[in-house]
Ligand binder design. Structure first.
Ligand SMILES: Nc1ncnc2c1ncn2[C@@H]1O[C@H](COP(=O)(O)OP(=O)(O)OP(=O)(O)O)[C@@H](O)[C@H]1O
Length: 232
């Protein structure tokens, strides 16, 4: 990402952010409320368009794509995980996980579905409806759905925000395993210093600017930096 700006009227949500994320890297984005984390994630993922600046994914300039091009990029090369799971209640786990393939008109590979479901610990739950699962299990379904298309990057916006502490740790451990064992590139927005400590690198934002970064920080180091940035 180069020199990203995003303005709303006179408000600069992003005021010139340049950030490079390596293949296979797990990056957490932190910053006080309103610092621009979600805006940056959305611009990086082709969900929102910056006012100026450029975003690249691999060799593709995301910011040069039109809306159909962005839709194809999101469908084929990016995985999303949100705080609120966003599962379809009428579909069972298997159909929720494979929905991105069906939307893209791609064949559903049963062996792959089984492998990904097993990977996230849902191998025995494929016939269940979301309402029959715990919050942590529902977020695992959302993660499997994000992974089924073999995305180059998974973007996660507060993926553990709705989970209790123990379940959050389980989901974070799973995310970290995907990075360590499958080489998944992962970008996560979080408010939680413990969640951020699972990443290789934590990038801090303040008032739409990059305000430093930390490599493999402890939760205490992240929390201290957040206090310096004025986060409550
Ligand atoms: N659609 C919008 N219209 C106007 N202002 C917006 C819009 N979206 C975001 N903003 C503003 O841009 C700034 C950055 O918002 P953003 O949601 O990126 O922050 P954040 O760091 O993700 O915050 P939080 O941690 O509270 O989710 C905020 O001041 C916000 O009010």
């Amino acid at each position: 990402m180069e020199e990203l700006h995003k303005t709303y009227g006179k408000m600069a949500a992003l005021a010139g952010v340049t950030l490079e994320i390596a293949d296979g890297e797990f990056v957490a984005m932190m910053g006080p409320s309103g610092s621009g984390k979600s805006t940056l994630l959305h611009c990086a993922a082709g969900l929102d368009t910056p006012s100026s600046g450029r975003v690249f994914l691999g060799g593709v300039e995301v910011t040069a794509l039109d809306e159909p091009g962005l839709a194809a990029l999101r469908r084929e090369r990016i995985g999303f995980v949100f705080q609120a799971y966003n599962l379809l209640q009428a579909l069972d786990v298997a159909d929720n996980i494979t929905l991105p393939l069906r939307l893209a008109g791609r064949p559903v590979d049963e062996a792959k579905l089984m492998a990904i479901a097993a990977r996230v610990g849902l191998g025995s739950r494929l016939g269940h409806r979301p309402a029959e699962l715990s919050g942590g299990q529902q977020q695992r379904v959302a993660l499997a759905r994000a992974l089924i298309t073999d995305p180059e990057v998974v973007f996660a916006d507060e993926p553990t925000g709705a989970l209790d502490t123990r379940t959050a740790r389980e989901v974070l451990t799973l995310l970290r395993e995907l990075v360590d064992e499958a080489g998944q590139t992962l970008v996560m927005v979080t408010h939680d210093p413990v969640a951020a400590s699972y990443a290789h690198r934590v990038v801090f934002l303040a008032d739409g600017h990059l305000a430093g970064e930390a490599l493999r920080p402890t939760p205490e180091q992240v929390a201290e930096r957040m206090t310096q940035l004025g986060a409550s």
